[in-house]
Design a protein around this ligand. Structure first.
Ligand SMILES: Nc1nc2c(ncn2[C@@H]2O[C@H](COP(=O)(O)OP(=O)(O)OP(=O)(O)O)[C@@H](O)[C@H]2O)c(=O)[nH]1
Ligand SMILES: [Mg+2]
Length: 295
């Protein structure tokens, strides 16, 4: 995981920040898009600084892939910290109505102030900020109703600038702000890789698969047991779990030797495809620094 930051520091980051600061001046409200499975790990380390008190709605996207019980807890967590928060599925549009209404309410306060100063009433303006692959383009497409922004399953594909009108009261900047994640935190790197937010060619598949099995056997052992027909308790050593899964699934090379590489790819794919159910890897209250206290 050592070289995760090669694409981002420092040139790319400085340029991205400059553009984002300029765009931020144009909007009343920011939609901070997070991955509901990893709300901590998918947050940007300098978000608070960047926003300088600008109102934001925290949107927990890919909620369809996350554990609903933990999504509830995350919503409570963010609410307790004084944020507006909504769970989303940008693919089906579930949660987008609530999102639009929260953004409008927050922005309305600013618009009213302007009107009291004699400025003509105008629509609320908003933009989306989030790390690569969190679903920014999908959300824009969904809000717009047609596929204007390009969506891809590879991180890093959005370019170009325009406003998209959503209903009568909201305008959304069609260019989202792409932020970098907390690369310096190794555990964050793992969780980004496990959930598919990082390109496969820059992480070590073996380490990521091992970390994933460790996390799953701690957080959701029964899912592993059920899916791969294993027996409880699971072995402590994740490599042994991988071996068992490999055997069950016939990930074998000639001579009956386990094909570990194949087994690693299989479990990561099945995890991301929710074949093992819906998962939340980050939990509020974990010992690491929490999103909003981060400087
Ligand atoms: N299941 C599910 N998948 C989603 C959701 N939102 C986005 N995706 C998928 O996540 C991947 C990334 O989505 P994008 O909308 O391209 O993400 P992005 O933030 O624009 O990514 P960059 O442009 O690379 O910064 C795509 O494969 C989408 O289909 C969601 O709510 N649920
Ligand atoms: Mg995009």
């Amino acid at each position: 995981m050592d070289n995760l930051n090669i694409n981002w520091f420092p040139g790319h980051m400085t340029k991205a920040l400059r553009m984002m600061r300029a765009n931020l001046k144009l909007v009343d409200v920011v939609i901070e898009l997070l991955d509901a499975r990893i709300p901590y790990s998918s947050a940007n380390p300098v978000m608070n600084e960047l926003l300088e008190g600008k109102p934001r709605v925290v949107a927990l996207n890919k909620a369809d892939l996350a554990d609903p019980e933990w999504t509830k807890k995350w919503i409570k967590h963010f609410s307790t910290q004084g944020h507006q928060v909504v769970a989303l599925d940008a693919m089906t549009g579930s949660g987008t109505k609530a999102l639009v209404s929260q953004v409008e309410q927050l922005g309305y306060q600013k618009a009213t102030k302007l009107v009291s100063k004699g400025v003509n009433a105008r629509a609320v303006r908003a933009m989306i900020l989030g790390i690569p692959n969190v679903g920014k383009s999908s959300l824009i497409n969904n809000l717009n109703g047609v596929n204007v922004a390009r969506v891809a399953d590879k991180p890093g594909v959005t370019r170009g600038k325009q406003w998209i009108k959503i209903g009568r009261n909201l305008e959304l900047l069609d260019t989202p702000g792409v932020l970098w994640p907390k690369f310096e935190d190794v555990e964050v790197g793992f969780r980004l890789a496990i959930t598919g937010a990082i390109k496969e060619d820059i992480y070590d598949l073996e380490k990521v698969a091992v970390r994933m099995l460790t996390l799953l056997s701690e957080q959701y052992p029964e899912r592993l047991i059920e899916r791969y027909n294993l027996t409880a308790p699971l072995p402590e050593d994740p490599t042994e779990i991988l071996e068992l899964i490999g055997k069950r699934r016939g990930c074998l090379r000639s001579g009956g030797i386990i094909d570990y590489e194949k087994a690693r790819r299989l479990i990561l794919k099945e995890f991301r495809d929710t074949k093992l159910g819906r998962f939340t890897l980050d939990r509020p209250g974990e010992i690491r620094v929490l999103v909003d206290t981060e400087k």
